[in-house]
Design a protein around this ligand. Structure first.
Ligand code: ADP
Length: 425
């Protein structure tokens, strides 16, 4: 706007000056009538200039500054690129980062400016594509960032200016697409495998009841009981598979709510009281005073603690005690679920969060397990940028501890979240 009105003013001044000079000449040469004619023409021209549109070039060189050493980006363009939801980076001829927008910083971390791209993005294919783009060969390559959560991208690199040499690198996030492809394949393979056993049992009992046990009332009652158990298992399995699918889909989207962890743990424990009562077990929740809220999503955290407390009841001692302790450590809030069961062998601990992994398949099935509970816990912890620690000693019981980042005090800027780690002890 500013640039346009300045240009317009300049044109008007020129036109008036020309008018005045021509007017003077006209007075000298031909009298007052010619003078007023020329002045009127100049005024009409100035009026037309008022309606002429003056265009500002989009990538007009700006003044070089500490943020923009080559003076490439006018402030408006910088703001526009900064707010683009797509990760964008500009590089100079030596592959140093001249500019990286917020989305790029979300992917590669803060403090990118002036660093060499190879120091922050160690993928050889992408670096080759950038080098090729510097030579004028635009290209796009797929690549994967393995940490903190695996993400898949298509990287586009192209030269946007020759002097000075500037290359643009643009990333297209394909994580959701890849994940849904992978999940669809896994879902079909795992679900069909796990459903086959109960389905075979139910089909077998139907055949028996139609055949030789047709008139056997005792057998009928017994078989119907087993069929009810098997169908309940299939229902739980489908429920867990769908939960896992939903959580995995959202895993790379950090939650932005604030949750009172003690409230969630107490709610989860209360929901499991009937199950604990069946086993003759008790569940106790002990919380330190004045715990801060955590950054999280209520429903996910409910599911996480229901799974852990349910496992502690299932695999704990008969008539045993489950204790959940909440406290605070290094800017995080933790909740430790402790049971007094048989414990887990050290060699099995690293595999516990794998889908369908069970230490004792028979026992898990008898207790109504699906083998997905801890996989769900792992994904929820990862989405919350938290940490899961598992400690166990054979014969003494197990402790599953979840650490979650404390929410900043209200009206205070968010501190950067720590990197998620799933730690197995
Ligand atoms: P499941 O549905 O079989 O319980 P999980 O994923 O919740 O599946 O747990 C995986 C396996 O880890 C279980 O089958 C069990 O062998 C073991 N496990 C989980 N929690 C405990 C615990 N508190 N004590 C002993 N073993 C446990």
């Amino acid at each position: 706007m500013m640039l346009e009105s300045l240009a317009r003013l300049r044109v008007k001044i020129w036109l008036l000056l020309i008018g005045a000079v021509a007017g003077g000449a006209a007075v000298l040469l031909g009298g007052a009538a010619l003078f007023w004619g020329v002045i009127a023409l100049a005024l009409v021209a100035a009026l037309i200039a008022q309606f002429v549109t003056f265009r500002e070039p989009v990538l007009r060189p700006a003044a070089p500054g500490p943020d923009d050493p080559l003076g490439l980006l006018p402030p408006q363009t910088r703001l526009l690129l900064e707010q683009l939801p797509m990760p964008v980076m500009l590089l100079d001829g030596a592959q140093r980062i001249l500019f990286a927008n917020q989305s790029m910083r979300d992917v590669l971390g803060p403090g990118l400016d002036t660093k060499r791209v190879s120091a922050v993005l160690r993928n050889p294919e992408v670096l080759l594509a950038i080098a090729g783009a510097g030579q004028g060969e635009a290209s796009n390559v797929p690549f994967t960032l393995p940490v903190p959560v695996e993400r898949h991208f298509q990287a586009y690199a192209a030269r946007v200016s020759l002097s000075p040499l500037v290359t643009v690198l643009l990333l297209h996030d394909l994580t959701m697409v890849r994940r849904s492809e992978q999940m669809r394949t896994d879902f079909i393979a795992n679900a069909s495998h796990e459903l086959r056993t109960p389905l075979a049992a139910v089909t077998g009992f139907i055949d028996t009841l139609r055949g030789h046990a047709k008139d056997d009332e005792v057998a009928r009652e017994q078989f119907l009981g087993i069929m009810a158990t098997e169908t309940a298992r299939m229902r739980r399995l489908i429920h867990d598979l769908l939960s896992l699918t939903r959580i995995e889909m959202n895993e790379h989207v950090p939650p932005n709510g604030r949750v009172d962890l003690e409230g969630v743990v107490r709610q989860a424990a209360a929901a499991l009281i009937p199950l604990a009562a069946e086993e003759g077990s008790t569940v106790i929740v002990e919380a330190a005073a004045g715990l801060p809220q955590v950054v999280g999503e209520h429903d996910d955290l409910m599911q996480l603690f229901q799974n852990l407390i349910h496992n502690a009841i299932k695999y704990g001692r008969e008539k045993g005690q489950v204790t959940v302790t909440l406290g605070r450590q290094d800017g995080q809030v933790f909740a430790a679920v402790k049971d007094d069961g048989e414990g887990i062998a050290a060699s099995a601990i690293p595999r516990l969060t794998e889908r369908f992994y069970r230490v004792d398949v028979k026992r898990s099935r008898e207790r109504g397990g699906t083998g997905l509970g801890l996989a769900i816990v792992k994904h929820i912890v990862s989405r919350h940028q938290g940490r899961l620690s598992i400690e166990s000693k054979l014969g003494e019981g197990s402790v599953f501890t979840v650490f979650l980042p404390a929410a900043p005090a209200e009206n205070q800027a968010k501190p950067p979240l720590p990197e998620p780690v799933t730690e197995m002890l």
